[in-house]
Design a protein around this ligand. Structure first.
Ligand code: SF4
Ligand code: F3S
Length: 103
């Protein structure tokens, strides 16, 4: 599962699609965590899609991650500033790849 303390245990190494990326990152195998308020562990996400399909405010968009060992697409929390902290994505992800900081 995603580390809920990633923002203290990891370093921010850049941004992609306007979203913070928390390392370590070694593409294409290791992609880190994308997002801060809504965070997706790219090395755990297997592209189930339930988060994207069910988020009431369309926070997520698909991005291509060619040659990643787990899946070749992932969800980017592009609109994380729109999140209403409903926690649906956290509850529905089958591999616990998402953390939402509702505090
Ligand atoms: Fe969307 Fe709710 Fe997840 Fe926020 S917590 S990203 S509103 S599903
Ligand atoms: Fe990935 Fe989980 Fe969403 S596997 S696509 S973060 S439901």
């Amino acid at each position: 599962a995603i580390d809920p303390n990633f923002d203290t245990n990891r370093e921010k190494v850049g941004t992609e699609n306007g979203v913070a990326v928390w390392g370590p990152v070694e593409p294409p195998e290791k992609l880190g965590i994308h997002g801060t308020h809504v965070a997706v562990d790219y090395d755990i996400c297997l592209a189930d899609g339930a988060c994207l399909e069910n988020c009431p405010v369309d926070v997520f968009t698909w991005v291509d991650t060619p040659d990643h060992p787990v899946s070749e697409v992932k969800v980017e929390p592009t609109n994380e500033d729109q999140c209403i902290d409903c926690m649906l994505c956290v509850d529905i992800c089958p591999v616990d790849a998402i953390d939402v900081d509702a505090s």
